[in-house]
Design a protein around this ligand. Structure first.
Ligand SMILES: O=P(O)(O)OC[C@H]1O[C@H](OP(=O)(O)OP(=O)(O)O)[C@H](O)[C@@H]1O
Ligand code: HPA
Ligand SMILES: [Mg+2]
Length: 183
């Protein structure tokens, strides 16, 4: 059943599962015989990471960074705050950033630069959604699950004011949900 605040579903559970399967196949081929570190960018990417990692047949190392710039809103503040850093060193590691969405590119631009300075051996990005039309920073997404239209989306890990992350599909909220939140 669709959440009552949702205007439309953009990607169903089935479409997301198919995209995850395709991404896992590509990663499996490209990282065969390697020991990549999958870096999940909290909170949005948590649902994607847990689905994706269970499709990878070889053992996979994961770690987490908590990074925030939207502060629950629909547009980026432009300020990327690192709320939690990794537990392990990335020096000499093949790093794969796991993201729910690349939108303006501000988050991943900053993290890529940071990890270069930390001397990662290679840095790639896997993102379930790529909202290319809204890019402000030039970020190349190596593995894209689905192409996202230029709309603010929620569900499958993505939030508006910390809500809707639990929805198993991805969609667009009704306009009155935003007007209600204005004060
Ligand atoms: O390409 P960008 O414009 O930088 O946007 C992408 C980032 O924004 C969201 O995180 P957010 O700051 O909302 O934190 P959250 O994951 O905890 O919701 C999303 O999960 C990505 O990390
Ligand atoms: O469209 C979006 N939805 C939710 N979170 C986001 N963070 C960047 N873009 C988005
Ligand atoms: Mg958010």
């Amino acid at each position: 059943m669709m959440n009552q605040d949702m205007q439309k579903v953009l990607f169903s559970e089935e479409e997301i599962a198919q995209a995850n399967h395709n991404l896992a196949q590509q990663l499996m081929t490209d990282y065969a015989g390697k020991n990549p570190l999958f870096v999940c960018i909290l909170k949005g990417a948590i649902v994607f990471l847990t689905d994706l990692m269970r499709q990878l047949p070889q053992s996979a190392e994961i770690d987490f960074m908590d990074v925030s710039s939207y502060n629950g809103q629909t547009s980026s503040s432009g300020q990327v705050r690192i709320l939690k850093d990794l537990d392990v060193s990335v020096k000499g590691r093949d790093v794969v950033f796991v993201e729910d969405i690349i939108d303006t590119g501000i988050t991943l631009k900053e993290l890529t630069q940071l990890f270069k300075s930390r001397q990662a051996k290679s840095i790639k990005i896997v993102a379930l959604l790529d909202k290319e039309a809204n890019r402000q920073q030039n970020v190349h997404v190596d593995y894209v699950g689905l192409s996202c239209p230029d709309e603010f989306v929620v569900g499958y890990g993505m939030d508006y004011q910390e809500c809707y992350r639990n929805l198993p599909y991805i969609g667009v909220l009704k306009p009155e949900v935003y007007s209600k939140a204005e004060y």
